[in-house]
Design a protein around this ligand. Structure first.
Ligand code: BGC
Length: 340
């Protein structure tokens, strides 16, 4: 990126120099010419509720930043939850000469391949929502300083620390008058509905929601832990099955996101259970429907996954890159607890 920006600056300096002698170089742009930047955005799946809010806000916010002289031409592509499809989109972005790329990876395990080709094409890259991490297989630990990000000054990540969202979910339960132990048997019996297990958001929310309970000295019992891949219909099926298998034993339904919590709610209602009375339900994202449910008491709580803050940061950072300003490796946006 730097090279590209520098070459633009160099060209501008040369033009300025030329203008002393003869201003009519064919390539000399009039001073008031509109500059249009080409922005390639690829979202992992247009069907994702949260990423739909996020991508709409990317477009809307870019529009608000346009001036008479600077315009942003956004190409928004649907990765269709297919890594091959997304990889082709990135190839097209490169061929089309995008000035910056914003990428919500289908699979973080493919980050390197995509980062490498984007860096080789000299295009700055803002990764969003799905944080690539390196795994140290020897120690079975996660390396949070991802080489593709820290070693490339034109690549950065904008996101939220999913540990915080998990912790907030657990704290919401711990702060209830009965601390989640509805039947008073001394432990919180829960089911966990996970997002795509490849995403660190799913891993951390699963781990840290329960850690917040045990850190508060609360005993827990996991009745069931299933993968719902972030999808509402899966949240519904998993909850329906768990409720028919474990019945009243289920005290808390933890969902890694709100879409799955909406599905879980439908199953809870169909089973004749009542949130806030004989069961608790938690999500993450703070989708409008879920905030409404929290307010009316049909969801126990959710956690705001600030798509406005994240999309605006991603766009601001993309513009910094377009202006040739140095980028940080990581930009973090806080989660916020949402309870009644
Ligand atoms: C959101 C989910 C979304 C996922 C997509 C998460 O941060 O909470 O709702 O499905 O990102 O990667």
């Amino acid at each position: 990126m730097k090279k590209k920006v520098f070459s633009v600056l160099l060209a501008a300096a040369m033009l300025a120099g030329c203008s002393n002698g003869g201003a009519s170089t064919p390539s000399a742009a009039p001073a008031d010419e509109v500059k249009t930047y080409k922005v390639g955005v690829s979202i992992y799946d247009f069907n994702d509720n949260f990423m739909t809010l996020y991508r709409n806000e990317i477009e809307a916010y870019f529009k608000t930043l346009e001036t008479d002289d600077v315009k942003y031409e956004i190409t928004m592509s649907d990765g269709k939850n297919d890594m091959g499809e997304q990889s082709n989109q990135v190839d097209n972005f490169i061929t089309q000469g995008m000035d910056v790329i914003i990428l919500n990876l289908v699979q973080t395990s493919s980050a390197d391949a995509l980062i490498d080709k984007i860096v080789a094409a000299d295009i700055p890259l803002v990764l969003i929502n799905r944080e690539p991490l390196a795994y140290d297989e020897n120690n079975n630990t996660i390396d949070e300083a991802y080489e593709g990000i820290i070693n490339n000054p034109t690549v950065c990540y904008v996101g939220a620390d999913a540990r915080q969202s998990g912790t907030f979910q657990g704290e919401i339960v711990a702060e209830l008058p009965d601390h989640g132990d509805i039947n008073g048997d001394g432990k919180v019996s829960y089911i966990m509905i996970e997002g795509d297990p490849e995403n660190i958001d799913a891993q951390y929310r699963t781990e840290f929601s329960i850690k917040a309970l045990t850190d508060a000295g609360i005993e827990v019992e996991c009745l069931d832990d299933q993968i719902g891949n972030w999808k509402q219909e899966n949240g519904q099926t998993i909850t329906a099955n768990a409720l028919s298998q474990f019945g009243d034993k289920v005290e808390v339904v933890f969902c890694n996101n709100d879409a799955m919590a909406l599905g879980a709610y439908a199953a809870i209602e169909a089973a004749g259970r009542k949130v806030g009375e004989d069961i608790y339900l938690l999500g993450v994202d703070a989708l409008e429907e879920c905030v409404q449910k929290v307010n009316e008491g049909t969801m126990t709580g959710t956690v705001l996954n600030d798509h406005i803050g994240q999309s605006h940061t991603a766009v601001d950072v993309a513009i910094k890159a377009l202006n040739g300003e140095p980028l940080d490796n990581y930009y973090w946006v806080d989660y916020v607890k949402v309870t009644k």
